[in-house]
Design a protein around this ligand. Structure first.
Ligand SMILES: [Zn+2]
Length: 134
């Protein structure tokens, strides 16, 4: 049994994102008119104002663009220290996802590390975390 985590509040715009991991795939909204990826989810493409946007799967890999090691226990279920990173998502230009890098010593994380998504299921939410690719 893993530690309970703070769960996001699901709504009609973000539900696909937080449940996407049910089949192991990471998805972001993509505009069908200009092909831009849109994250966080919103009903209109900020680039071309199209409303023709729909979830599209990405490879699930990425690069650590920046990160910090958090040592503050913000809530009782939180494991510290933990790595809070901004992941540059492969296949979705200009999309960065803030998440945790897990499964390794926080001191082993470096800028430019290659990572892959791993989902942690809790209730009907699939939290996307990342682990280093050897
Ligand atoms: Zn667009």
């Amino acid at each position: 049994m893993s530690t309970p985590r703070m769960l996001p509040r699901l709504d009609s715009e973000n539900r696909f994102f937080w449940t996407s991991g049910a089949d192991g795939l990471l998805r972001f909204l993509q505009c069908r008119d200009c092909a831009a990826f849109v994250h966080p989810p919103r009903p209109v493409c900020p680039h071309c104002l199209s409303e023709e946007i729909a979830p599209a799967a990405v490879p699930g890999t990425g690069t650590v663009a920046t990160f910090t090691i958090n040592r503050q226990k913000w809530h009782p279920g939180m494991e510290v220290p933990c790595v809070i990173a901004r992941i540059d998502i492969d296949g979705a230009p200009d999309v960065f996802l803030t998440s945790n890098v897990i499964g390794c010593d926080p001191d082993d994380v470096a800028f430019g590390d290659r990572v892959r998504v791993v989902f942690e299921a809790q209730d009907d939410v699939y939290l996307p975390f990342f682990e280093k690719i050897d």
